[in-house]
Ligand binder design. Structure first.
Ligand SMILES: Nc1ncnc2c1ncn2[C@@H]1O[C@H](COP(=O)(O)OP(=O)(O)OP(=O)(O)O)[C@@H](O)[C@H]1O
Length: 370
């Protein structure tokens, strides 16, 4: 049965076309191996489709969270996945099952795990600059597709960019659309979204969000992929937020040793406080760094493994143009940012707080994302 509902005022899309199955998931899939990962309200497990032997990833999402029914949030995630199914860099959704307590998304399995692991690796598994160029093009291809379809991801970070294969280095898959929003019919956003190290200054300042909000996160992501360091990470969340709002970034030779200057220029075009002056995904795809010849050297953090001998995968040429025109993205809504719920874990978790780190706009009623 198709499940449909209205667009909610905060940009959640809850009309879906995928049939929600009520027969037992285990009748059609066998769970195998260990957990692939988990988030706050979901656990992801590897499974095999019995009929075909195909490996998949089953994301088990709890419908009730903190005493609230969050089924609509899950429908929003499904809806976004559906709208991005033509893009090869957004994880594919195969099927959806529903039980009393959970909704199970059967996803394409990205067997190479999170790029986070290679970002923090200090050995031969770390990325070279050429690897980062190839992966950044793929991330931008996926994000440009979302943006053309008026979708913002709002939680882009190394834990949500997966690899089809870690060695040899495969292609990326963007996952976790739990915080994603449609930007066209949105009237107001009064939620706290994102992950401390990756959130844009406009979120901390209660200013409108837009596709540019994702672009800031891509700037942070690229910095982390190239240097292995998180540019705004402070000892405590308040320090992280201060670093973000002051755009306090270390572009020193020391940090960027062995990394080309177009790479630094690329990051600088994204870590711009004013969202209107930030590069768009299309701008980035045309940036000289992504269109340069292979770089002969790598940062010491990155070592020397080269991706040059690995096959190039399909890029934007294969992707159909979206018919949806770009909307005005700049008066979408306001975020209310709130303070810490404990120590940072190198950006693993999206945040939602109980009190703001900075003075709040009194007229904004706080609504926590569940
Ligand atoms: N398709 C997939 N293939 C392989 N691993 C996956 C897949 N989807 C998710 N994972 C793993 O599970 C983790 C959690 O998934 P996801 O981020 O979608 O869950 P979440 O509960 O929405 O997370 P969060 O609390 O950060 O919002 C991912 O970081 C990743 O490691």
């Amino acid at each position: 049965m198709p499940d449909s509902a209205k667009m909610s005022k905060n940009g959640m899309l809850t009309t879906i076309h995928t049939r929600i199955r009520s027969d037992p998931f285990t009748a059609n899939y066998e769970l195998v191996g260990r957990e692939l990962g988990r988030g706050k309200f979901a656990v992801v497990k590897k499974c095999i489709e019995k009929a075909t032997g195909k490996p998949c990833a089953a994301k088990f999402l709890r419908k009730r969270r903190k005493g609230e029914d969050c089924r609509m949030d899950i429908l929003n995630e499904i809806s976004v996945l559906e709208s991005a199914k033509a893009n090869p860099y957004v994880v594919a959704l195969h099927e959806v099952y529903e039980t009393n307590n959970e909704i199970i998304l059967v996803l394409e399995c990205a067997a190479g795990g999170e790029i986070f692991n290679q970002c923090v690796a200090d050995n031969d598994d770390a990325f070279t600059e050429n690897d980062v160029i190839r992966l950044a093009k793929q991330i931008l291809n996926g994000v440009a597709f979302l943006h053309r379809n008026n979708v913002v991801h709002l939680d882009l970070k190394p834990q949500n960019i997966l690899l089809t294969c870690a060695r040899p280095l495969g292609d990326i898959r963007i996952v976790d659309f739990g915080l994603s929003r449609r930007m066209d019919k949105i009237t107001e956003v009064r939620e706290i979204l994102g992950t401390p190290e990756y959130v844009a200054p406009e979120i901390l300042n209660y200013e409108p969000i837009s596709t540019a909000t994702d672009m800031w996160s891509i700037g942070v992501l690229t910095y982390v992929m190239l240097t292995g360091e998180s540019p705004f990470l402070g000892e405590v969340k308040q320090e992280t937020f201060l670093n973000i709002s002051q755009v306090n970034v270390d572009y020193s030779q020391d940090t960027f040793e062995g990394i080309s200057s177009p790479a630094v220029d690329f990051i600088k075009s994204l870590l711009v406080k004013n969202p209107r002056k930030r590069a768009t995904a299309e701008d980035c795809l045309n940036h000289p760094w992504l269109n340069s010849l292979p770089h002969p050297h790598s940062h010491p953090h990155l070592h020397t493994r080269s991706s040059l001998d690995e096959p190039e995968t399909s890029q934007s040429e294969s992707e159909p143009e979206s018919p949806v025109p770009s909307p005005e993205m700049d008066l979408i809504g306001s975020y209310l940012a709130c303070p810490s719920q404990g120590g940072l874990k190198a950006g693993r978790d999206a945040f939602s707080f109980s009190e703001p780190p900075f003075p709040t706009r009194p007229e904004i009623k706080q609504e926590l994302i569940c």
